[in-house]
Structures are given as structure tokens and as C-alpha cells.
Design a protein around this ligand. Structure first.
Ligand code: IFM
Length: 442
């Protein structure tokens, strides 16, 4: 039977937490929130599985106390959540929604009362809908409005935030959403993809400057990394594997930690890059206090001439897959963190800010026996321990996710939670994985 006994081998000061994000759990129809581009996207038939939306989600807006209790009872010491921009600023800028401020006030106070550290994220994908007509993240002005939003968060909440991340997963915000078109705003354009690959880093930089102007010193960014491997040993495949590694991983690492973009991708992107992008790289590479790494799977890179722009596609190998169809490859977590540490900064603290799996969980005799998830966590925690043994400053691990929730284009069909949510009545039922965390964290 898989278990999480491994938790006892971690040092006492290692942070174990769980993560969620605003649009995925809060329920955007509550509390006078404005709309986000995810409301817009999910209202267009066919964009999201079963045409589901985040209007109700897990109604965490109403049930946050119960949810926080579940985090504390399991013995976690930290909670990673995000602020919804349109909940606070329904028009993206200008007048503040008092109910939005009051919700996060209560949420943060409740976390602190339960001795939970507050790991916040400023942008986990709910861009105010109003900005769509202005070009969204393609428009440099959006980065300024994001800075203004950041300033509000800093003024209202920063004294109670243990940690602040600017952007969650810039690759998803840009490439996945503007080139691959899988997420809001659902664009499928090279020009938009490339532009936003840069603009989202400008947004990060603008927010960092505001954060620093408040003398706040525990801020970072959360990068989603994919372990890429060649599908075969054709020399061209190796070239494409490097390109995929750059687009997925090194584009962000190089810009943030070295102030440059990696060459193979820059050559490919150059005609679409915003004018004078070089000037932005100075502020994009300002120092951070920590970096968060989200890790789920690996990709095999295979030549594909039908992919006329990139020349390759990502395919699976022969490993077990999760309900998302993602291969399970724990060793990739160690590889990417170790490489990041050796390549960029030997000192910067690293957190695994997301790691987890979707499975087709069902209730049997009142129980949800998610053994595969327990094994998934355990196997990835083994890799984390190996990093600690090498003195790599890995400071914490956040399981994705506390609750089954709105899994973006997959709607509610993919369950990542350690707590099951019955979407008919929003009842929360802890899965065996939650119980296993409780057994070993307590
Ligand atoms: O649900 C998402 C989360 O919002 C961002 N990281 C990946 C998770 C699983 O797809």
C-alpha cells in the first residue's frame, strides 16, 4: 500500500503546503466580482468541456472557513492561493470592490488564526474581461494596470503575506493561451504568442518594482517546467529538443536570471518581438528572493513537419499516464531543479509550488481511495529528498491541489484534489491522500 511515511525524513523547517487559485475555486458569481477573460472564454460554446465555467466553482468564497480547516487539520503549515484581479477591481482599474477586499481580508486573517503561512500569487490567470478589447497581455498598458493592481494588494495586505509571487506559469499565460489557443483568450497566432512571451515578463518586472517600493522582501515568480527529452536520436530531433527546452523553460530562466533570451528561440521569434524589447530585459532580470517551480510531467520531442512554425510536437512515451494523459516521471523533478540551481543561482531558495495528479476518483463506501495519488506524491517527495541531500536550498513543497476544482479547458472533469468535491452539492470529502498527509504531517 503506498504511503507518505517519507514526510518524516524532511527537516522540521521544510514547508509543506497545498495550493489553489482564485478562478478555479472561489466562484466568480459571488461577492460582486467583475468578470475575467475566463468567464468570457468559457461562455463560448466548445471552449471548455461540457461548457462549464467558474461561476460557482467550489464556492470557496462562501466556504473558505471550512476549506481552511481542512488545510490546518491535515497538518500543512502553508497555503498557496491567488488574488482575483476582477474581484478586487471589477473594471480592471479604478474603483475598488469593497466586498473583494473584505473577502481577502477575512481569508488571510482566518489563515493566520490557523497558523498557516500565506503564500500568495498576484496573477493566476483571471485577467479582467474588460481588457480583452484592449489586446489583453499583448498591450503594454496591461502591464501598467497590473502594477496598479499590485500596489493595491501591497497596501491592503502585504503586512500579512508571508510570500508573494508575481505571475503563475508565464508559459501558460503566453504560449499555451496565445499560440496553442488552449486557454483564455484562446488565440492561435505566432505573433500573439511571441509578444506575450515577452509582455508577461514585463508584467512580472513591473509588479516586482512595485513590491520593492513597499520594502517587501519575500517575492518571486512561479515557473512551470517541463522535462523534455528527444523522441529518437536523429540529430534534427536533438535540435528541436533544445528549442522545446528553450520555449518551455530557458526562455524564462535566461531572461529573469541572466537578462537575455536564449538564441535558438530568439532567432525563430525575432520578427515578432516587440520593438525595443532589449531595454526591458534589465528590469526583467532584477533580483528575486525565491523561485517557485511547478512540475507535472515530461515531454518527448518528435519531428513533425505539419507543425510548420516549430517543426516538432510533444508526444508521450511508454510511461504510466495520469487522467490528464500526462506521463508520470518523478526523476524529471530532480533534474530540472538541480539544473536550475546549478545554472542560475546557487543561493536562491526554491519551492516546489505545484505538483500533483488528476485521477478519475470515485466514492466507494463513502471513501475515495486515491492510492495512485499517494504514490505520485511519495515518488516526487523522494526526488525532493535527494535534492536536499545535495544541499540544494529546496524550502518547501505544495501539493496541487487542496480541492477538486475548475481545471480550465477540462472544466470539472479532471480531479486534482486531495479533497473530493461533489459538484452537485459542493460537499467536501477528504480523500485517502488527505488522510495520509494528516497521518504523517501531524
Ligand atoms: O490546475 C492547474 C493550475 O492552475 C496551474 N498549474 C497546473 C495545474 C494542473 O493543470
Amino acid at each position: 500500500m503506498p504511503d507518505l511515511k517519507i514526510i518524516k525524513d524532511f527537516p522540521d523547517n521544510f514547508t509543506f503546503g497545498v495550493a489553489t487559485s482564485s478562478y478555479q475555486i472561489e466562484g466568480n458569481s459571488f461577492g460582486n466580482s467583475g468578470l475575467s477573460h475566463w468567464d468570457h472564454f468559457s461562455n463560448i460554446k466548445g471552449n471548455v468541456y461540457n461548457n462549464e465555467t467558474g461561476k460557482i466553482a467550489c464556492a470557496h468564497f462562501l466556504n473558505y472557513k471550512e476549506d481552511i480547516k481542512l488545510i490546518a487539520e491535515a497538518g500543512f503549515s502553508a497555503y498557496r492561493f491567488s488574488f482575483s484581479w476582477p474581484r478586487i477591481l471589477p473594471d480592471g482599474k479604478g474603483s475598488i470592490n469593497k466586498e473583494g477586499i473584505s473577502f481577502y481580508d477575512k481569508l488571510i486573517d482566518e489563515l493566520l488564526e490557523n497558523n498557516l503561512e500565506t503564500f500568495s500569487t498576484l496573477y493566476h490567470w483571471d485577467l479582467p474581461e474588460i481588457f480583452i478589447s484592449k489586446g489583453g497581455w499583448k498591450n503594454r498598458d496591461t502591464t501598467k494596470w497590473f502594477a496598479d493592481f499590485t500596489d493595491i494588494i501591497m497596501r491592503k495586505f502585504s503586512d500579512r503575506l508571508n510570500s508573494i509571487a508575481t505571475i503563475n506559469e508565464p508559459w501558460c499565460v503566453s504560449w499555451l493561451s496565445h499560440y496553442l489557443g488552449e486557454h483564455a483568450p484562446g488565440e492561435r497566432s505566432i505573433e500573439s504568442g511571441v509578444k506575450t512571451m515577452h509582455m508577461i515578463l514585463v508584467a512580472h518586472a513591473e509588479a516586482m518594482q512595485v513590491i520593492r517600493s513597499h520594502n517587501y522582501n519575500n517575492a518571486g515568480i512561479v515557473l512551470n517546467k517541463q522535462f523534455v527529452q528527444p523522441f529518437d536520436d536523429i540529430p534534427e530531433t536533438l535540435k528541436f529538443t533544445n528549442l522545446a527546452d528553450e520555449i518551455h523553460n530557458l526562455w524564462f530562466d535566461e531572461a529573469i536570471f541572466n537578462g537575455v533570451y536564449p538564441s535558438q528561440t530568439l532567432d525563430l521569434f525575432s520578427q515578432y518581438m516587440p520593438n525595443n524589447y532589449e531595454k526591458d530585459l534589465v528590469k526583467i532580470s532584477q533580483p528575486l528572493d525565491w523561485v517557485g517551480i511547478n512540475y507535472y510531467t515530461r515531454s518527448l520531442i518528435k519531428i513533425d513537419s505539419t507543425e510548420t512554425f516549430l517543426g516538432y510536437k510533444s508526444v508521450n512515451g511508454d510511461l504510466d499516464v495520469t487522467d490528464m494523459g500526462w506521463e508520470v516521471f518523478p526523476k524529471g523533478l530532480k533534474f530540472i531543479i538541480e539544473r536550475f540551481h546549478n545554472k542560475y543561482s546557487k543561493k536562491i531558495p526554491i519551492y516546489v509550488t505545484e505538483n500533483g495528479m488528476a485521477s478519475n476518483d470515485v466514492i466507494q463506501d463513502g471513501k475515495i481511495k486515491d492510492f495512485k495519488r499517494i504514490k505520485f506524491y511519495s515518488d516526487h517527495l523522494i526526488e525532493c529528498l535527494k535534492l536536499l541531500e545535495k544541499d540544494i536550498p529546496l524550502k518547501g513543497y505544495f501539493a496541487w491541489s487542496l480541492l477538486d476544482n475548475f481545471e480550465w479547458a477540462y472544466g470539472y472533469s479532471k480531479r486534482f484534489g486531495i479533497v473530493y468535491v461533489d459538484f452537485n452539492n459542493l460537499k467536501r470529502i477528504p480523500k485517502l491522500s488527505w488522510k495520509e498527509f494528516r497521518k504523517h504531517l501531524k
